[in-house]
Design a protein. Structure first.
Length: 178
């Protein structure tokens, strides 16, 4: 029977940390932003339809799922743990509003990318490029803000039980009763 080395045990525990899981999702979102930038740079003529399909699928499924995970997991527990901290509710409400706005833009972009993937070029490629750039630049800023401010705040204020609850919510597992 193989046993894990102390290093692999630490790595495994880190992989289960919900903040690490969310940071990995942010890395995937950064890659999605890079793909959207590649598509925007290729307009009007050099567009890979497979890239459009991949980006549209990500925008339609992964992005809203990640937002729900953050809101129902991290944001909910942070709001409980830090309820007496000035401004925490305003910060979390602002991030929720950004998620809603981003999802609205993502739906429009995904619809257009799906049309391109089906062989229909946009009537106004400059407008699409402008939309793509506006979205990915804003989303990169959003990710950076969460990485630089929200995650460290969570690391400082959440205890192991909080992190376990968040991890269970991220993975869809029910909370274990003691």
């Amino acid at each position: 029977m193989a046993t894990q080395s102390p290093k692999s045990k630490a790595s495994s525990a880190e992989d289960c940390n919900p903040l690490t899981m969310l940071a990995k999702a942010h890395a995937e979102q950064q890659s999605m932003c890079d793909l959207l930038e590649k598509i925007a740079d290729g307009l009007p003529g050099r567009i890979d339809e497979r890239d459009c399909t991949r980006a549209a699928k990500f925008l339609e499924t992964n992005l809203p799922a990640h937002h729900r995970q953050e809101e129902n997991g991290l944001f909910a527990i942070l709001a409980q743990r830090m309820m007496n901290q000035p401004g925490i509710r305003a910060i979390l409400n602002q991030l929720r509003e950004e998620h809603a706005t981003d999802e609205g833009f993502a739906e429009e972009i995904a619809e257009t990318l799906n049309q391109i993937a089906a062989g229909s070029m946009p009537d106004n490629p400059d407008m699409l490029g402008y939309m793509l750039r506006g979205f990915f630049e804003n989303y990169r800023r959003h990710i950076h803000w969460e990485d630089m401010f929200l995650f460290p705040m969570a690391q400082e204020h959440l205890n192991q039980e909080d992190l376990t609850i968040i991890a269970n919510r991220l993975s869809g597992q029910p909370r274990k009763k003691n």
